[in-house]
Design a protein. Sequence first.
Lengths: 113, 112
Amino acid sequence: DAGITQSPRYKITETGRQVTLMCHQTWSHSYMFWYRQDLGHGLRLIYYSAAADITDKGEVPDGYVVSRSKTENFPLTLESATRSQTSVYFCASSGLTRVEPQHFGDGTRLSIL
Amino acid sequence: TQLLEQSPQFLSIQEGENLTVYCNSSSVFSSLQWYRQEPGEGPVLLVTVVTGGEVKKLKRLTFQFGDARKDSSLHITAAQPGDTGLYLCAGADQTGANNLFFGTGTRLTVIP
């Protein structure tokens, strides 16, 4: 089925480890986004991408790295995980602009011990 | 950062009651989106309002965009347990920077 898929759904790791969260979409949408969702903060944009090989920082990019070698994939890497990065991470996509309605994956719940 | 404040933060009501949730900002938006998020899932778009003063109805849900395009409201008539979830508003920046800003959400629980 068409859609946006995130993996893994749940991940527990330790501080200092590298973690990669995967995101795959089948709509061929131009834009893809990574958000984190925390109580009291709502959805905060980490990074976004307008097309393959084009990425840009969002509101809270520190400690995260992204890449987009193919239109359909947009992985998010925590190079050295910290406890403050414990959160629920959502990937989203939209067709032509950053402000179009976004289609979200079901999230990855990441716990860093 | 353009702050979008949603109120109330939490709302618990009985099935059959009516309710209104609010999304307010000091900034003007070119459009505003409403999403609903259920536990363990990502947000799903309910509606987009574009014109100041616009009212859109989706079954028992009525959405209104303020005349000045700074605020919006969502009214639910005769709430049902299936309406339970986190309601998020998101405003589209009108300055040309093309940012979408999400509010912090209203968590609604409808008790059978």
